[in-house]
Design a protein around this ligand. Structure first.
Ligand code: F0G
Length: 351
């Protein structure tokens, strides 16, 4: 049977009407994977990773995009547009392509991972590169959509948040209840807003007894919410979350405060350390921004937090394959070169 997708699966929780086309590329229903090795390493009761990289374009954005594009179609739009650090644009373009409408993406020049650019090219977006950062791109695309008959599909579009909240539903459905803690990266702050909305709705309907604490992590060079002011020149290796003025800033603070959670920051070194640990000891290859989830957990562990007896979920927001450059950079001298003979290989391997 074909995968239903989030609109068919969770339609009764979403703004789906009888006029909404139930489009899908097979998004949602992503694996929640328990990691015994990392659970032991960090002393968590149960440690899970929500593999959002398993969505059709390799990130969590597909959950919200399917809803936003479906509503754009319902409302007669022939084009969608977004600003992006790469994943939103890949997703918008894929859904627009499948629906037969145009997509315009506005991206910061030279600052998006190559795999994400490749996606936008192949899916057929009109690609605008801005000599500025994500915050500039978002401002421009908002102005464009105010003036032209183009649907804005950034997470300032409430339909994006609606679709993305289904990840919280899935976690609760898989675990038979909510975890105690949910770790996730924070960039434009749409995702933390969406998860919190999802958990609150499940709690409101009595499906879960209590909601988790929302543990959001920004990159230290792009941490406006932590610092309490805009960052004019955000910088981080985690280009997906290189954002200095998040659109859902207030909602992210509300998610933190209402859930009793935290929004803190992790350095690029901490992100890269977690990126490697997640891959080498968990078998999970997330993109650098995704590693901010585990980096946050590791930071808290080092500062003395005891996760014993707790159910903890780290969200892996995007695929490591999108940014192969970061994986390969700094990796040298580790290849074993041999002649094309078994004996040479055995010798080199120390047998
Ligand atoms: N992780 C990844 C892989 C992302 O691409 C993003 C955001 C985030 C985390 C942060 O989520 O913005 O909802 O707080 N990427 C956006 C984009 C900005 O354009 O693809 P957020």
């Amino acid at each position: 049977m074909a995968k239903p997708g989030v609109l068919a699966q969770y339609g009764k929780f979403l703004p789906v009407t009888d006029k909404t086309p139930l489009i899908t590329l097979g998004e949602g229903d992503t694996p929640l994977v328990r990691s015994p090795r990392l659970e032991k390493e960090f002393g968590a009761g149960e440690l899970y990773f929500k593999l959002e990289a398993c969505n059709p374009t390799g990130s969590f954005k597909d959950r919200g995009m399917v809803m936003a594009v479906a509503k754009a179609l319902e409302n007669g739009f022939k084009a969608v547009a977004c600003a992006s650090t790469g994943n939103t644009s890949a997703s918008a373009t894929a859904y627009a392509a499948a629906a037969g409408i145009e997509s315009i993406i506005v991206i910061p020049k030279g600052k998006i991972a190559l795999g994400k650019l490749a996606q936008a090219i192949v899916y057929g977006a009109k690609i605008v590169m801005v000599d500025g950062n994500f915050d500039d791109a978002l401002r421009m695309v908002r102005e464009l959509c105010d003036k032209q008959p183009v649907a804005l599909v950034n997470s300032v579009n409430p339909n994006r948040i609606e679709g993305q909240k289904t990840a919280a539903f899935e976690i609760c459905d898989s675990l038979g209840g909510a975890p105690e803690l949910l770790f996730l990266p924070v960039g434009n702050a749409g995702n933390i807003t969406a998860y919190w909305k999802g958990f609150k709705e499940y709690r409101g309907r009595g499906i879960i007894a209590a909601a988790p604490k929302m543990m959001g992590f920004q990159a230290a060079g792009a941490a406006p919410i932590v610092l309490g002011h805009k960052v004019d020149k955000p910088e981080t290796i985690a280009t997906a979350i290189r954002i200095g003025n998040p659109a859902s800033w207030k909602q992210a603070e509300a998610a933190r405060d209402e859930s009793g959670g935290v929004i803190d920051m992790v350095s690029d070194d901490e992100i890269l350390e977690a990126y490697r640990i997640m891959a080498e000891k968990g078998g999970i290859f997330g993109e650098p921004a995704s590693a901010a989830s585990l980096a946050g957990l590791i930071k808290m562990k080092r500062r003395g937090t005891d996760f014993g007896g707790q159910k903890v979920v780290c969200v892996v927001t995007g695929s490591g394959l999108k940014d192969a450059d970061t994986a390969i950079k700094g990796f040298s001298g580790q290849f074993i070169e041999v002649a094309a003979e078994l004996a040479a290989m055995e010798k080199a391997l120390g047998y």
